[in-house]
Ligand binder design. Structure first.
Ligand code: OGA
Ligand code: NI
Length: 356
């Protein structure tokens, strides 16, 4: 094992899985959130009941129905920045395979997973816990493996070789989400009144990062979170969840649970779509709650523009006005999160022009 890995192991690294498996009756102090940031599980303040939009994607292929589906997407994006999709074309066997690969990975002995540990957010393959175990002031009840996933042939050799099925099963899912992303970004372009290809051209040859998250059963879910409130940096995130746990913030700043729907995938707008749409759509602020009884897995497929490409509002949507956001690249974002506490201030807020 390399020197750096070893020192991380000896020092501070302790995964949420290790804590759960050791049967701790309470969460260690570093996981305890200040009272105002706790999820208020089980109380009516915790989250409210709202019906979130569900879009049947197969209807996009029906010439007579496409425009009404695009209208539904427009409404969902404006109101929530999120919708669930059904009939999305990814076979259940591919989804089950990905969840199986992830389950087997997180069940490996910690030494095996530590081969991929890194606190450097620029690493293309990285195992970790919380957001960044070496810098987080409060820790979150989450373990993850993140890997670059497009183009697959460029990165897959660096993915975990254990469990042996991981590359094949998760690779199939990554390819399928890449195809789905193209359809979604086209529909979202159209829903903004832009050329169907506008956003697709911007994101062409863009990156896909797969964050595979594991939230083990937690002894004190009311005082901790799996992930703090944040928005995703990319254009779109396609999220697969194995059970309920995701919450989004609505326009009244209330938290809404995103229900688990078997076979459905969740589509979330990220900061890049907010900027490209000049703020007509907003990225969705979301967080993850944990629970006492079982482990929850999720795959967040983060689709983004190429690393160094500058992103700015679409000229057609700005018209004669001043753009509401400054330009930025994915690389600028990575530099920002390496040097700042993004739980305190979101990256996108640093881009907003004061006159907007
Ligand atoms: C993320 C994320 C949500 C979830 O990885 O950015 O928000 O349910 N995940 O795991
Ligand atoms: Ni997220």
């Amino acid at each position: 094992m390399e020197e750096t890995t070893k020192s991380l192991l000896d020092d501070s690294f302790e995964s949420a899985m290790t804590l759960t498996n050791s049967g701790v009756p309470q969460v260690p102090d570093r996981y305890v959130l200040p009272p105002s940031q706790r999820p208020a599980l089980g109380s009516s303040l915790g989250s409210i009941e709202t019906t979130l939009p569900i879009i049947d994607l197969s209807l996009l292929h029906e010439p007579l129905l496409r425009s009404s589906v695009i209208r539904d997407i427009n409404m969902a994006c404006k109101e929530f920045g999120l919708f669930q999709v059904i009939n999305h074309g990814i076979p259940p066997s591919v989804i089950e395979g990905a969840l199986d690969g992830a389950t087997q990975f997180f069940d490996l002995p910690v030494e095996e997973k530590m081969l991929l540990v890194s606190a450097d957010v620029h690493q293309p393959v990285r195992y970790g816990t919380s957001l960044n175990h070496s810098t987080d002031r409060v820790h979150y009840w989450r373990d993850f493996i993140k890997h670059y996933s497009y183009p697959l042939s460029k990165w897959i050799d660096m993915w975990p070789s254990n469990p042996p099925c991981y590359k094949e099963k998760v690779g199939k899912y990554a390819e399928a989400t890449h195809v789905l992303h193209k359809q979604l970004i086209e529909a979202i372009s159209e829903s903004l009144g832009l050329e169907k290809n506008y956003l697709q051209e911007q994101t062409e040859e863009g990156s896909q990062v797969m964050a595979v998250n594991c939230y083990p059963a937690c002894p004190e879910p009311e005082i901790t979170l799996g992930m703090p409130p944040h928005s995703d940096f990319g254009s779109l995130t396609i999220l697969l969840q194995s059970s309920q746990g995701l919450q989004i913030m609505d326009s009244n700043k209330d938290w809404i649970c995103v229900p688990y729907i078997e076979g459905a995938l969740i589509v979330q707008l990220g900061d890049q779509v907010e900027v490209m749409s000049n703020g007509i759509y907003k990225s969705v602020i979301h967080r993850v709650t944990v629970n006492k009884d079982y482990k929850r897995l999720s795959f967040a497929s983060l689709h983004s523009l190429p690393l160094h490409k500058k992103i700015s509002p679409a000229p057609e949507l700005v018209g004669n006005n001043v753009p509401a956001y400054g330009e930025f690249s994915f690389n600028d974002f990575l530099d920002y999160i390496s040097n700042n506490d993004c739980v305190q201030q979101r990256f996108i807020d640093t881009l907003k022009k004061s006159n907007s």
